[in-house]
Design a protein around this ligand. Structure first.
Ligand SMILES: [Mg+2]
Length: 246
């Protein structure tokens, strides 16, 4: 598999993902035949800087205050919980974390909401999809309360033909059961669908299910350098996909 990024971030090269689809043209040439674009929220449309700060800074500090611990000890308490829940729906569940930590995480999210921000290029990308008549679905692992707060904060709701929260389906996007469950609940043509996400396990699960094109985000957090991503087509941000032409 060989994938190269051009100077503007478009994917150029040849790749076969699970034998499902061959990528052999520039990214912008692959929109032909696409009917639906499934978009992740945190780290794809919205800046993951908020979530990284929330989980890595605000929660440990709140937990330390609540239980009268040093910040180092608080982090040591939280670390095994994070490790044990990675890839599970609890990882994203503000209710689970509230019970576990004794802190109201929905309230903590609300108090942090001024830091919620759309990533550069995300609104232009949604505008471009709309101009092309392409249906945009928001498909997120975010907890319903966090989702509601972020949509209120950003005003993005009217831009989506459908909004799907993994908590409705009972499994996160990285679980192989998610994609058939989504397809049963909301019909879409898998082979004529693109999924764009910063969650590499979710992209792999979607690809195995048969989603026609999957695309990773290299720079989900605007405050950090782009990640190296091997084995999947990738762009730094949604801005790299503009203009949509075919
Ligand atoms: Mg994400």
């Amino acid at each position: 598999m060989a994938i190269q990024a051009s100077s503007r971030g478009s994917v150029v090269g040849t790749a076969v993902l699970g034998g499902v689809l061959a990528y052999d043209t520039a990214m912008n040439a692959r929109w032909a035949g696409v009917e639906a674009v499934l978009l992740d929220m945190d780290g794809t449309l919205l800046d993951l800087a908020f979530d990284d700060d929330f989980w890595q800074q605000r929660l440990p500090r709140a937990y330390a205050r609540r239980h009268r611990l040093s910040l180092v000890t608080a982090r040591a308490h939280l670390a095994p919980w994070f490790e044990s829940q990675r890839g599970r729906l609890n990882w994203y569940c503000l209710d689970w974390w509230s019970r576990q930590t004794g802190i109201d995480l929905i309230e903590l999210t609300r108090r942090s909401r001024t830091r919620i921000a759309v990533l550069p290029g995300a609104l232009d990308f949604l505008d471009a999809l709309a101009a092309r008549g392409l249906a945009a679905w928001l498909v997120t692992n975010a907890h319903p309360a966090g989702l509601t707060l972020k949509l209120e904060r950003t005003g993005l709701t009217p831009r989506f033909a459908r909004i799907v929260c993994a908590h409705e389906l009972g499994v996160p996007k990285e679980d192989p059961r998610f994609w058939p469950a989504l397809h049963r609940r909301h019909a879409f043509p898998p082979q004529r669908t693109i999924l764009i996400d910063d969650n590499l396990e979710a992209l792999a699960a979607a690809n195995r299910f048969g989603i026609g094109q999957v695309l990773a985000i290299r720079r989900p957090n605007s405050q950090r350098a782009p990640r190296e991503i091997g084995g999947l087509p990738a762009v730094d941000t949604l801005a790299d996909l503009l203009p949509i032409s075919y």
